[in-house]
Design a binder for this molecule. Structure first.
Ligand code: HEM
Ligand code: HEM
Length: 217
């Protein structure tokens, strides 16, 4: 700081006068105030909050798991009436159950920690981002649950770390069958949404040159 403080009076290059607060924009002051709950990067006078390390770990873990899950889903044998759960189909079920478990932890962590302070974008773009993230969370829970219900209707046991999970629908149930169709359809819907999300992140980084991508990096 260019001057020095004497109680409530500051002496600086502008002379002696009442002590002034540093000219930090509102959002920066808020970002500073959440230092205890979120990592805050100081870059000169600008404070930018980041997602905490565990939230970032969960985000990139889910990205990896989803890449693997789509590859497995599209390479596993076609599933018909009477297909036995073997090979890649079992990998799909196990990976899917693991994704649900990680997502439950992620949602709980999100509720407990909340999003870091928003410093970038207009109210509209922030609204769109908020909506997209909410939808992604919802789909990442609902879509695999539908797959699980379909597996149950086929009489397949779904396990997590070797522990048998309960059936979500009765064997042969019409609802489980329909949810299987919805599961396949929503897998595409989710992919479209993820595509938009990734494009938005890259647009922020390479076109707007703001810090949005670094919040999650
Ligand atoms: C986010 C996680 C998941 C993704 C992205 C995903 C993706 C997919 C995709 C793309 C298909 C269609 C494959 C094809 O067209 O041949 C599929 C089918 C299927 N998935 Fe998943 N899946 C996920 C989680 C799960 C879970 C948790 C389970 C069960 C525990 C599951 C069980 C099934 C079953 C039984 C089918 C066959 C459905 C049918 O053809 O009627 N999936 N999945
Ligand atoms: C499977 C793919 C992905 C899924 C399902 C996904 C999902 C999500 C979700 C749900 C959030 C909100 C986090 C929260 O508020 O708690 C988020 C944030 C974010 N994601 Fe992804 N993401 C994916 C891939 C990516 C990729 C590839 C990138 C980078 C190119 C990326 C960059 C970001 C960034 C920068 C944020 C923070 C945005 C902000 O601060 O407003 N994501 N992602």
């Amino acid at each position: 700081m260019a001057g020095f403080m004497l109680g409530v009076v500051t002496i600086n290059h502008r002379g002696i006068g009442p002590r002034r607060r540093p000219a930090v924009p509102r959002y920066n002051r808020r970002a500073l105030s959440i230092q205890s709950s979120h990592e805050v990067i100081m870059s000169g006078a600008v404070a930018v909050s980041k997602y905490d390390p565990f939230a970032r770990l969960l985000h990139w873990l889910i990205v990896l798991l989803l890449v693997a899950q789509y590859v497995v889903a599209w390479t596993m044998p076609e599933i018909h009436r009477g297909t036995r759960p073997e090979g890649l189909i079992v990998v799909h079920l196990d990976l899917g159950a693991f994704i649900i478990a990680v997502m439950i932890v992620r949602v709980l962590w999100r509720i407990a920690r909340k999003e870091p302070d928003v410093v970038e974008g207009t109210p509209f773009t922030r609204g769109v981002a908020y909506l997209t993230h909410g939808l992604l969370y919802l789909l990442l829970i609902v879509q695999p649950l539908m797959g699980w219900a379909n597996a149950s209707s086929r009489g397949w046991q779904v396990t997590l770390a070797g522990i048998d999970l309960p059936a979500l629908s009765a064997k042969g149930s019409a609802l489980g069958h329909t949810l299987g169709d919805a599961h396949r359809l929503l897998a595409w819907g989710m992919l479209v949404l993820i595509g938009l999300h990734v494009l938005a992140a890259l647009y922020h980084h390479f076109v707007l040159h703001d810090r949005v991508l670094r919040r999650m990096a």
